[in-house]
Write a protein that binds this ligand. Sequence first.
Ligand code: F6P
Ligand code: MN
Length: 287
Amino acid sequence: MSANHAAVVDEIFETLAELAPEIRASLPGRRVKSGETNPSGETRLEADAYADELIEAAFGEIDGVGTYASEEQAEPIDVGEGPVSIACDPLDGSSNIKPNSPMGTIVAVYEGELPAGGDRLLASGFVLFGPILTMTVARDGQVYEANVGDGDIEIIDDDVTIPDEPTVYGMGGRVPDWTDGFAGFIEEVEQEYKLRYGGAMVADVNQVLTYGGIFSYPALQSAPDGKLRLQFEGIPIAYIVESAGGESSDGTGSLLDVEPTEFHQRVPVHLGNAELIDRVETHLADA
Ligand code: F6P
Ligand code: MN
């Protein structure tokens, strides 16, 4: 990464750390539906809209950021001159606000125009609104986790690495809607590991980073491209998991090699220990 890009990336994650307590503080008052849907047809909560506006305004102020794109908006927005584009999922897993379960914010920093593939990703990170307010960032092939409860980056772990011995698995989609290949894979892993699924990608992936295992939102019979969005969720979280020593897959290969054709395109997602990703790919190929 050039020194110029590195300085912009620094400022983006310092800004995200500052925003995190502010977004969290806004959540209790914004637990209700806004009456709108986002470009992927999902119900938009007031919390989604508020976080998106806050993040867009703050990132738009950063020198070097030319474009802000959000899962909540149909098209990328021109926010100034600069070589860097941000793709953001302002509140990942926002349906968890009702039961007061964890959610997150995902930020991907790409070089140049969007849509962009993993080859143009400069860095990515997520905030996890859990019992502790943390931010996990991957850049230059290394991952750190920081406490951002006070708006500053206080490093907890400067080299997050997925444990060698997996223990958990979690996956989305109704079981009867799974493909035969994926169902066959789960029949195998459920004998070996413990099911843990929370319904917010960032939290489900963070437990995989913590305990080892696999998170999937697979291709479904009714939705061959799955649910998660490549630009905002698939690529940034794949880069974090791969930088922590794990692997990612869309069912056939790394999510970082999938070329985006559409801005809000969906993609099947598998993330976790290399051995489990290889196994899911084998099951899907053999089915
Ligand atoms: O952003 C989409 C999302 O909320 C992810 O965070 C999560 O993994 C998934 O949807 C949950 O979907 P479901 O409600 O189908 O389990
Ligand atoms: Mn999301």
